[in-house]
Design a protein. Sequence first.
Length: 542
Amino acid sequence: MARASSRSAGLVAAGILLSRLAGLIRQAVFARFLGTSDYASVFSAALRMPNVLQNLLGEGTLSASFIPVYAGLLERGEREAAGRLAGAVFALLLAITAALAMVGIVLADALVSVFFAGFGPEMRAATATCVRIIFPMTGVLVLSAWSLGVLNSHRSFFLPYFAPVLWNAAMIATLLVFGTRLGDRDLVFALAWGALAGGILQFGVQLPRVLRLEPQLRVAWAPKLAAVRRVVDNAGPAILGRGVVQLSAWLDGFLASFLFAGALAALGYAQTFYLLPISLFAMSIAAAELPEMAREASARTDAVRQRLDSGLRRIAILIVPSTVGYLALGDVIVAALYQNGAFARVDTLLVALVLAGYTIGLPATTATRLFASSLYALEDTRTPARAAALRVALSATVGLTLMLLLERVAVAAGPLRVGPAPLGAVQDWRPLGAVGLALGTGSAAWLEWVWLRRAIRARVGGGPPQAGFLLRLAAGALGAAALARALFAILPPMHPAPAGVLTLLTFGVSYFGLTHVLGVRDTLAPLLAILRRVRRDGPGGT
C-alpha cells in the first residue's frame, strides 16, 4: 500500500514540478518585462477576478465532492453508473461555467470598480479589458479540473498535473514574442489572449485519455441522478469553504489596490514561491491518497488513519526545509529568479519579506491539505468549510491591522535600509503594507490546522509526526541554512541566478546529509530508491 501510494504521489509531484517550473519561468519572464509596474498589477488583478470561478468549481471542490463518489462507483465495479455520473457532472459544469463567464464578461467594468476600487481610471479600464478575455479561460480550466478528477480516480496521475505546462508555455511564448514589440498596456492584453489559448490546450491534452479510460462516458443533463445529487450535496459545503477563501483573496486584492502600485504584483510574485512546496509536497500526496482513501473509507477507517499518518510524515520531511529555506534564504531565492530588467534589488527585498509572512503558516497549510482530503474521503465537506471560514476571519482581521501598521514602514536597497515610509513616490523605497497582508494569511493557517486536526482525530485517530522526528528535521534544516548563508556571504560578485543555484544546492545537500546523520533515514529514501533502480536496470533499462 505504502509503495503504491508513494509511486502515485511521485507521479503527481513530477507533473506538478514540471508545471510549477513552467510557472516560475513564466513569472521570471513576466518580471523581466513588467517588474512591479502598474500594468504588472493590472494583469495580476485580472487573473484574480475570473479565477474565483475556477477556485469555486475547480479541483478543490471536485476533489471534495466528485472524486469520492466516482471512485467509489469504480471500486464497486459499477462502470456504467460511473460513466453516467462523469458525463452528468461535465454537463452541469459546462452549463454553470458558460453562464458565469457570460456574466463576468458583461459586468467586468462593475466588478473591477468594486473589487479594485483603489486603481485609477486607466488601470481599471485595462483590468476590465483583460477580465473579458480571461473569463472564458477559467471556464475551460474548470473542465480541465473535471478531467483531473476522472483521471485521478483511474489512477492516472501524471498527465493532469503536467497539463498546466501548456498553459504556462502559451503565456511564455506570448511574452517572448511581443515583450519587445508592445508597450506595457498592449502587452498585458496580448498576454490575456495567450492565457486563453493556454487554457484550451490544457483541457484539450487531457480529453483523449479521459475518453480512453472512461468509454462509458455519456454527456447528458441528469441532475436527478442519485449519484449526481450526492456530488451536489457534498459540493455545497465545499463551495462555501472555497468561497470564504476566495473572499479572503478578494479582500487582500482590494486592500492591496490602495497600497503602492506594485503591491498586488509583489503579493503575486511571493505566492508563486509559497505555493510551490504546497503543490509539490502536500497536494501531490493529498491528491494521490484521496481516491485510495475514498475506496477504503466505507470499510476501514484504520486504513484512512494509516494513510494520513504516513502522508504527514512524508510531507514534513520536505516542508520543514522549505519553511526554513524561505525564512533564511528568501532574498537569495527571489533574486535568483526575478532580479533582472525592471525587477530591482528593492523589489527582491519586498517580495522576500512578503514570502516570509506567508511562510510562517506553511507547515500548517500543507498538513491541512491532507486533513481535508481525509475528511473528503469520508464525505465530510462541512468541517473543512467551517475551518476555512474561521481562518479567513482571522486572516482578514490580522492582515488589515498589520497592513495599516507596516504601510508606514518601508525598505530600500543599496545599502539595506528599513525605516518610516517617505512621503510621495520614491523610486528606491517600497512600503511594507503587503507584508502585513501576508502575515495575516500565514498566522491564520494555524487556526485551521488546530480545527481540522481535532476533527480528523475524532473520526479516525492518528496525529502529526512525533516531536523528536520534527526536531531532528528542524535541526538539519537550520544547520543547512547556516552553511548556505555562509557560502553566499563569501561568494564573489556574480549574477543572482548562479549565486542562488550554488547557495540552494549547498542548502539541499547539507539538509539531506545532516538529517541522515541525525538518524532520519526517510530523507534519503527517495534518492536511494532511484540509485537502486538505475543500478538494477543498467544503462539500457526502461
